[in-house]
Write a new protein. Structure first.
Length: 412
């Protein structure tokens, strides 16, 4: 089924099955990204290492994933996105399962590399499947479910791994159960793989342009380079809210950890809701650059208010919730903009390239925000996030000017 195919009841059923399976796989990738973070206090005692050493494990995971995504995009186009998606899920879940068995800290590092390699597959593979196999009139909602699944993965990870298992039977059991869930999901998705199956690309564009030449074209393509920068900035902003807003609010207002953490929790929940609303907007209206820019502007203003105003905690939490909603609503329109800039037969390479900015941004963000906290610049945490969202608008505006190029290297 092509993206341009006329919708029928059969195509609708097939579309929604594809969307559900891909969204489920994306949920698990985000589920595993934050599997270790709630366990850090327990791992610190178990292995006798510092938080910096434990943070290195996450940096290795995100760094490996970010560097690998562009190269994985080549494999996606050559060998089929469905194969790579399953391989990534199997690799990542197996790595987390084995993390529950390690006797020493250093053994977490090679497993983090394996988990990063598995994680690198999801964006180029998932978005290639959705872009190729889902009807155009449902594509905004398809991207919305994909993003919603990722947000649900972030939310469910501590609920299941920490509160559901670790609190009762220890961190090792928590990671083993988490890994087992992914392996079980691997079997479920394999069962329905026929609807996801994508043959290797033999499009003329992909065959006539060697991978190295193609990527040189991407690096000189200002619109797609802008997309890479966009994802880099958005990831840094998310890490700023996700990992550093709680200690910043604790220091600024002297509230308990539980109260301060409500801000991030509300941000994530509102972001998930915003993604769903944004999917409907993306299907109804074609002004995707305007939708994405407006959401980023409103989100930046909301977070920026926390940097300059002294408010009640309920107001702070409400502002974070509004920011999460507006930024989340931009995601489906953003993904459609990237798809519109993708040459025929090269979706894996393009998505792999631009989405590598997410993981690289996530790898660098702790250095900036950690320095702000260490320097007691607590309001600077929110100011930096706001600046990143507002700068990302420039990238969206640049990306919105490109229309369906035949070769990535030819668009300016």
């Amino acid at each position: 089924m092509s993206a341009a195919a006329a919708p029928t009841s059969d195509s609708a059923s097939s579309d929604w099955l594809i969307i559900a399976l891909v969204g489920f796989a994306h949920l698990l990738s985000h589920f595993y990204q934050v599997a270790l973070a709630p366990l850090f206090p327990l791992l610190k005692v178990e292995f006798g290492v510092s938080y910096t050493a434990l943070g290195l494990v996450l940096s290795v995971l995100y760094g490996t994933s970010g560097v690998s995504q562009a190269f994985v995009g080549i494999l996606v186009d050559r060998h089929g996105a469905d194969r790579l998606m399953l391989a990534g899920l199997g690799t990542m879940s197996s790595a987390v399962f084995l993390m529950g068995l390690v006797p020493a800290y250093w053994m977490l590092l090679p497993l983090a590399v394996a988990a990063g390699l598995g994680n690198s597959v999801f964006h180029p593979a998932d978005l290639s499947i959705l872009s190729t196999k889902v009807s155009a009139d449902r594509l905004g909602r398809a991207f919305a479910v994909h993003g919603f699944g990722g947000n649900c993965g972030y939310f469910l990870s501590p609920v299941i791994i920490f509160y559901g298992v670790t609190s009762f039977v220890g961190w090792r059991a928590g990671l083993i159960v988490a890994g087992s869930l992914g392996l079980f999901a691997f079997l479920i998705i394999s069962r329905y793989r026929r609807v996801l199956r994508m043959p290797p690309s033999h499009a003329k564009d992909g065959e006539s342009v060697p991978a190295a030449t193609f990527y040189r074209g991407l690096l000189t393509n200002r619109s797609l380079a802008a997309a890479f920068i966009y994802f880099f900035l958005i990831a840094m902003g998310l890490i700023g809210v996700q990992s550093f807003s709680t200690p910043a609010l604790t220091e600024l207002y002297g509230v308990s950890l539980k109260v301060a953490a409500a801000g991030f929790t509300v941000y994530l929940g509102s972001s998930a809701l915003g993604v769903l609303v944004g999917g409907d907007l993306a299907d109804r209206y074609q002004r995707h650059a305007l939708i994405a820019s407006t959401g980023l502007a409103l989100g930046g203003v909301m977070v920026g208010a926390l940097a300059v105003l002294t408010l009640s905690m309920s107001s702070n939490i409400a502002l974070l919730g509004c920011a999460g909603f507006f930024v989340g609503a931009t995601c489906p329109s953003r993904d459609i903009l990237v798809r519109s800039a993708t040459p025929v037969g090269a979706s894996g390479k393009v998505f792999g390239f631009v989405y590598s900015g997410l993981d690289l941004g996530a790898a660098f963000a702790p250095l900036l925000f950690g320095a702000l906290l260490d320097g007691a610049h607590y309001r600077g945490v929110f100011g930096a996030v706001a600046v990143m969202y507002l700068l990302a608008i420039l990238s969206v505006m640049k990306l919105g000017r490109i229309k369906h190029p035949q070769h990535a290297g030819h668009a300016s």
